[in-house]
Design a protein around this ligand. Structure first.
Ligand SMILES: *Cc1c(COP(=O)(O)O)cnc(C)c1O
Length: 258
């Protein structure tokens, strides 16, 4: 749904495409500056455009502008959007970044390439079962993720230990990571966090980096650190983020109720 007061421009609107191109250029400049300041190669950083509340037409526009990775946070919205984007002929990698309920796993494994939000043993098991079912009997219409590949997974961390926004508390991170690593249909790739609003982003992302290091020591394949949103991408890059999840800085303000 579009925010009230900013109606979706007509499909294929050149004005909307130009606006997205402008905001993408500004975000890329911010990434380049922050990466360079941290002594890092901007080319090694993956920009995920988080398109929740925005229409499939915007995903298609972003794909046309060179965006390869798209994030969504709710299955009810993502599943039909994935189908619309595929029907329009655009090919992107889909990231599921929101809280995941166990009863949505069967749907999410059909389209998600990387799930950022596994935060409990129970969820890891449910996602593994769903991914195994997808692999063994893929849906008759073409699935968006090849069932031959294991589903990639990040462990979401609650850096302040408050599980309210989702995330495993710090002392549960290694056990959850171990469960994902042992799950036959999943592949552990790293960790994700959202900086708690009351924290300095740097403090939150430093804490995440320390946990990421522990996970990587036990599981060398777990090299992804998903951190950094529109307001704190610079701090995240200073602390080693490999994947940024950027919504409003690219797409504009969302409906405040979401
Ligand atoms: C919405 C969302 C984002 C993007 O947030 P912005 O502040 O709009 O960049 C990133 N991560 C998650 C998990 C989100 O739900």
């Amino acid at each position: 749904m579009r925010p009230t007061g900013s109606p979706d421009p007509p499909a294929g609107s050149p004005a909307r495409t130009a606006a997205l191109a402008g905001s993408l250029a500004r975000v890329r400049d911010r990434i380049a500056a922050a990466a360079t300041a941290a002594g890092r190669d901007p080319g090694g950083i993956t920009l995920i455009a988080v398109t929740k509340t925005f229409p499939a037409a915007d995903v298609v526009r972003l794909a046309g502008l060179g965006i390869t990775d798209i994030g969504e946070n709710r299955d009810q919205e993502a599943a039909p959007k994935v189908a619309e984007v595929a029907a329009a002929g655009a090919v992107v990698r889909w990231h599921f970044v929101g809280r995941l309920q166990r009863n949505k796993c069967r749907s999410v494994v059909r389209y998600a390439d990387l799930v950022h939000s596994v935060d409990s043993l129970r969820l890891a098991r449910a996602l593994d079962a769903a991914a195994a079912a997808h692999r063994d009997s893929p849906p008759p219409s073409p699935p968006h993720r090849s069932p031959d590949r294991p589903l990639e997974v990040l462990v979401q961390v609650s850096v302040d230990g408050d599980p309210a926004r989702g995330g495993a508390v710090p002392d549960q991170v290694l056990p959850v990571a171990g469960a994902v690593a042992e799950a036959p249909a999943l592949r552990l790739r790293g960790v994700m966090a959202i900086a708690p609003p009351a924290w300095e982003p740097r403090a939150a992302f430093d804490r995440l980096a320390a946990l990421a290091e522990q996970v990587r020591t036990a599981h060398p394949d777990a090299t992804i650190i998903s951190a950094g949103m529109s307001g704190d991408l610079d701090a995240a890059l200073a602390c080693g983020a490999t994947h940024l999840r950027i919504g409003s800085a690219l797409l504009g303000a969302r409906d405040p109720l979401r």
